[in-house]
Each structure stands twice: as structure tokens, then as C-alpha cells.
Ligand binder design. Structure first.
Ligand SMILES: [Zn+2]
Length: 287
């Protein structure tokens, strides 16, 4: 089995009594629950050849069933070779975000997760430059959620804040930062402006911009790209799962099937392993 690196994963907090079900707001997040959920994830990774995953914290007030920064820190500490920690921040809280980043980088985290629709802010707003200056100084990776977004309660956030167009200025201003566009830049973002098309432009043009092909969005993006086959730098795309452990296998198989179908078999190993491995070995957090 070829080895795989996963650039977009979360800790799904699963019920101890029924590991197939995620917890609800009434369940208490105990250490036992965190470690049991992590064990499920590690087991699924082993079964599918996933040797390493970037594990992104998420805010519990939006998704009660996903591990937050503290949960991720515990899991990274227990499995340091398996997981790379990624700290979730609200960019608009500049001073608080800077403190949170420093706290988690001290715990070994190498990445930051930002979901602009959650706080209805354009990521390139000059008001948040202090946050990006720190990220750049520390040479971290940043995974931006791109495209549509639903909360755990089904509330829909405005996707206009999650369009790759708002990453371009950041990519230019902060060359030491590795920017990763989740879900290939997304599809429905701005009215009349398909996310992934701008995303492709950015990864082709800026050495510090990459994308992950996580979620079912990636299926559609690859198939749509195939209709016109515009220039695309495949060395800048990494695989991401962004699903609960039991679905990882299905996601891997489906992406491989699509890539084969559109004649990109030779890119499979690069997308699933080589590109990510190269990025991780060259990207090191500043002291
Ligand atoms: Zn995600």
C-alpha cells in the first residue's frame, strides 16, 4: 500500500457506546472520549496507509462534535509522529489570536486553521495584519476554509468570505507563510465567481499557495477542470480527508477513481503523498 499524508482532518468526538455516532451537545467531553475518538482515527489511518495527518482544531460553540484546540493538543502529544497540530483562530480577535497562536506553537503546532465565514470577515482586511505578521514570522502553514460552510446546527454562513481572491494579497505580503486553500478553493463562493478557478490561478502563480482536495467538492472540481484542462500545477495539490474515520477509505478510493478516469494516474502518488511530504520536509517553524 502506498503511503498517504492527509492535510485536512479533524478529531470527530464519537460516542463511547456507539463509535459510529458523534457526540451531541449534552455529552461531556472527557479525556476518555478524546482518546477513544483519537484511537478510532488512528486505526482508520493505519488501515488505509495514512501515515500522517494535519489535525485542525475547530470551535466547539459551532460544532460540538469536533475536537477543539485543546483536544487536538492532547492527541498530538499522544501521537507526535502521526499528527501535526493546527490551531483554530478567529482572525478578527487580533490580540487574542496572537496569544493563542503562540501558546499552541509552544505545544508543537505547525499550522493555523481559519474559517473566514464564521466571523464574517475578509481575511485580507488590514485590521488583521498583526495576526498574519506573526504567522509569517513563525513560518506557519495556514489552512483556509474555502467555499460553502454549514454550522453543526445547519446554519449557513456566507461563502463570499471564503473565496480565494481574498488570499492573493496575503500570499504576496507574507511569503514565509504557506497558504493552503481547503476544498480546492471551493465552488460556490462569490456570485458568478467559481472559487477553484481563482484557486488554480493562485497555486500556479505563487510558490507559497497550495490547495487540498478534501471533501466531495474535490470530485466535482476535478471533473469540471477536465472539461477545459486549463494549466494546473499538480505539485501544489495535496489530499485531505475532512471526514469521520469510517468514511476515509471511501474518500481515498473515489478521488483515485476520478483521477484515473480523467487520465491523471501519474499524479495520484504526488497528490496523496509526495507533494505533502516535500512541503512538510521543507517547511519548518521558526524558533
Ligand atoms: Zn475541515
Amino acid at each position: 500500500m502506498n503511503e498517504i499524508i492527509d492535510f485536512h482532518q479533524h478529531l470527530v468526538l464519537q460516542k463511547l457506546s456507539a463509535p459510529e455516532e458523534r457526540i451531541t451537545a449534552d455529552d461531556e467531553v472527557t479525556e476518555e472520549l478524546i482518546y477513544a475518538s483519537a484511537e478510532e482515527l488512528v486505526k482508520a489511518m493505519e488501515e488505509n496507509g495514512v501515515v500522517q495527518a494535519v489535525l485542525h482544531g475547530l470551535p466547539n460553540e459551532v460544532w460540538c462534535y469536533y475536537g477543539n484546540n485543546e483536544c487536538v493538543a492532547k492527541v498530538v502529544k499522544k501521537y507526535p509522529d502521526r499528527f501535526i497540530g493546527s490551531v483554530h483562530i478567529y482572525t478578527d480577535e487580533v490580540n487574542k489570536s496572537k496569544e493563542i497562536i503562540k501558546e499552541y506553537v509552544d505545544k508543537g503546532f505547525r499550522s493555523v486553521k481559519i474559517m473566514p465565514p464564521l466571523h464574517s470577515c475578509y481575511p485580507d482586511d488590514p485590521l488583521f495584519s498583526g495576526v498574519f505578521e506573526l504567522i509569517n514570522k513563525l513560518k506557519l502553514m495556514v489552512l483556509f476554509h474555502m467555499g460553502e460552510l454549514l454550522s453543526g446546527k445547519g446554519q449557513e454562513y456566507e461563502a463570499k468570505y471564503a473565496h480565494p481572491i481574498y488570499i492573493e494579497k496575503l500570499a504576496r505580503l507574507y511569503p514565509e507563510t504557506t497558504f493552503i486553500l481547503a476544498h480546492m478553493g471551493g465552488i460556490r463562493c462569490l456570485e458568478g465567481m467559481v472559487g477553484y478557478k481563482k484557486g488554480f490561478e493562485l497555486i500556479n502563480k505563487y510558490p507559497n499557495v497550495y490547495m487540498d482536495c478534501s471533501s466531495t467538492t474535490a470530485y466535482k472540481v476535478f471533473l469540471e477542470w477536465n472539461e477545459n484542462r486549463t494549466p494546473l500545477d499538480f505539485s501544489k495539490i495535496m489530499w485531505g480527508s475532512d471526514v469521520k474515520p469510517s468514511v476515509i477509505k471511501e474518500r481515498i478510493e473515489k478521488i483515485k477513481e476520478i483521477l484515473t478516469e480523467i487520465g491523471l494516474e501519474t499524479e495520484i502518488n504526488k497528490i496523496f503523498y509526495q507533494n505533502g511530504n516535500e512541503l512538510l520536509s521543507t517547511q519548518s517553524v521558526a524558533e
